[in-house]
Structure formats: structure tokens, C-alpha cells
Write a protein that binds this ligand. Structure first.
Ligand code: NAP
Length: 247
């Protein structure tokens, strides 16, 4: 997949990994549209991303997604890359009284249901392009769940499964499906779980672009590659490694 001269929609592009991906694609001569819920945050991001288009849109809102789809259809009918990046985690351990299920519904909705809804709505536009791509940002947690991110891990495992089956379903079309699986990355999102020791979002963005060019569809950035190798030996070993438990 070429990484220049595309029209790219990135959900959650006002900060973190989405912002770094937007910056990297803009540098390579793409038209880039970013979304987010907070207009001021988007404005601030736009001042650091010359040429970007910003759209206020919440992936978890069906009305917002319908409006976004219509905006893309009318203003950006040449859209050929969708990056499903927006997501979040509710941090907690599974302990009596935590009532995990209360947070779980929203988490699954944003990280999984919202991705499959936006993708399905935009597929007719992507299908019209000679070359197109869907990029789903899942996580190392899709391979090995984290102790403090139980439902988040499950939502990313669901997204991992969906990404594989979407790739198979679209194999005879011009749409390629990439799954970006970052390890711990230093962003606002991860501050509560020691994200400062994670890799820079720019490293993740560069890995995405080079993987797209090289047709690497499951993108095991940084430490994810090690966890993936551990998984082949033992799922327990992989989970322990992710959670810092000695072998
Ligand atoms: N950071 C990590 O360690 C890490 C590791 C693996 C995978 N990931 C994944 O990478 C993706 C990006 O994470 P990040 O670390 O860059 O997060 P971040 O720094 O918190 O940035 C999240 C971005 O998404 C937007 N956003 C959040 N909820 C949204 C919604 N419902 N609709 C539209 N936009 C929304 C935020 O803007 P607003 O708040 O204004 O909406 C912001 O622009 C997520 O899917 C995350 O699961 C992160």
C-alpha cells in the first residue's frame, strides 16, 4: 500500500498515537482528516498539523457517525484509508465490589462496536477506490491480557479477531486490512499505567507507514513482537511477561 497521495480519516487524531499517525501521513503528502470529541483539543492539534482537516465526532455516537459518513461522502468521496484509532481503557483490577460490568459496556462499545459500525458505513466509499485500506489500532493486550485492563484487553482481542476476519472477507477486493498492535506507548491514555516508560507515539506511526509499504498486515510494534514469540511457546508465559511476572 502506498503511503503518499491518499485521503485518510483517523479517528481520535487530536492526541497520542492518532496525532503522530496524522503528522507522519501529512509529511508524506496525504490529505488527512482527524476526529475527536473535544473541539478545542482538535483546534490545538490542527495548529501543529498544517493542512489537516478536523471534524468533531464521537465514534461511540451513532448520530455522530452518520453525520461523519455523510461529510466524507460529500466532501471527501476519494477517501481510501480509514484508521480506527479512537479508544480508551477503564483501569481496574478484577476484585469483589468493583462492578466491572458497569464500565465494560461503554468500553466494549467504544473499542469494538464503534469500530465495526464506522468501518461498515465507510466500506461503500472505500470500495469505490482502486486501492484502499482499513487500519485497526488494537494492542499488545489483544495477545496477552493485562491485570489492570481486563475489559480493555477483551475489547482489543475482539478487534483482533474482527481484523482477521475482515481481511479474509475483503481479500478479493482492493481493500487491505492492517492491524496495528502497539505495546505500551507514552500518551495521555497510558499515564495511569506507567506509560511514561513506553515507546514514543512517533515510533508507532513510523512502524505503521513502513509496514503498509511492505505489506505487513499484523504490525507487531516494539515489545509486541516479543510477546507474540512468547505466545507461541505458551499463552501463560506471554501473559506473565506482559504483566511483569518473572518466568
Ligand atoms: N497508549 C498506549 O499505551 C496504547 C497501547 C496500545 C494500543 N493503544 C491504542 O491506541 C489508540 C490511541 O491511544 P492513545 O494512547 O493515543 O490515546 P490518547 O492519547 O488518549 O488519545 C486518544 C485520542 O482519541 C480521541 N478519542 C477518545 N475517545 C474518542 C471517541 N469516543 N470518539 C472520537 N475520538 C475519541 C481523543 O480525543 P478526545 O478525548 O477529544 O475525543 C484523542 O484524540 C487506542 O485505541 C488505544 O487503545 C494505546
Amino acid at each position: 500500500m502506498k503511503t503518499s497521495n491518499n485521503t485518510i480519516l483517523i479517528t481520535g487524531g487530536s492526541a497520542g498515537i492518532g496525532f503522530a499517525i496524522a503528522k507522519a501521513f501529512l509529511k508524506k503528502g496525504n490529505r488527512v482528516i482527524i476526529t475527536g470529541r473535544d473541539a478545542q483539543r482538535l483546534e490545538k492539534a490542527a495548529s501543529a498539523l498544517p493542512g489537516v482537516t478536523t471534524l468533531v465526532s464521537d465514534v461511540s455516537s451513532e448520530a455522530d457517525v452518520d453525520k461523519l459518513t455523510e461529510t466524507i461522502r460529500t466532501r471527501f468521496p476519494q477517501l481510501n484509508v480509514l484508521v480506527n484509532n479512537a479508544g480508551y481503557a477503564a483501569y481496574h483490577k478484577l476484585e469483589p465490589g468493583v462492578e466491572t460490568w458497569k464500565a465494560a459496556a461503554d468500553e466494549m462499545h467504544t473499542n469494538y462496536i464503534s469500530v465495526i459500525r464506522l468501518t461498515e458505513k465507510l466500506l461503500p466509499i472505500l470500495q469505490q477506490q482502486p486501492s484502499a485500506a482499513v487500519v485497526n489500532v488494537s494492542s499488545i493486550a489483544a495477545y496477552a491480557p493485562g491485570l489492570h485492563i481486563p475489559t480493555y484487553s477483551a475489547s482489543k482481542a475482539a478487534l483482533h479477531s474482527y481484523s482477521k476476519i475482515l481481511r479474509l472477507a475483503l481479500k478479493d477486493t482492493g481493500i487491505q486490512v492492517f492491524e496495528l498492535m502497539p505495546p505500551l506507548v507514552n500518551t495521555d491514555f497510558s499515564a495511569a499505567i506507567g506509560g511514561a516508560s513506553g515507546i514514543a507515539p512517533e515510533v508507532v506511526a513510523q512502524d505503521l507507514l513502513s509496514s503498509m509499504e511492505q505489506q505487513v498486515f499484523s504490525i507487531h510494534t516494539g515489545n509486541t513482537a516479543k510477546i507474540y514469540e512468547a505466545l507461541k511457546v505458551s499463552p501463560i508465559a506471554a501473559m506473565n511477561a506482559l504483566n511483569g511476572i518473572p518466568a
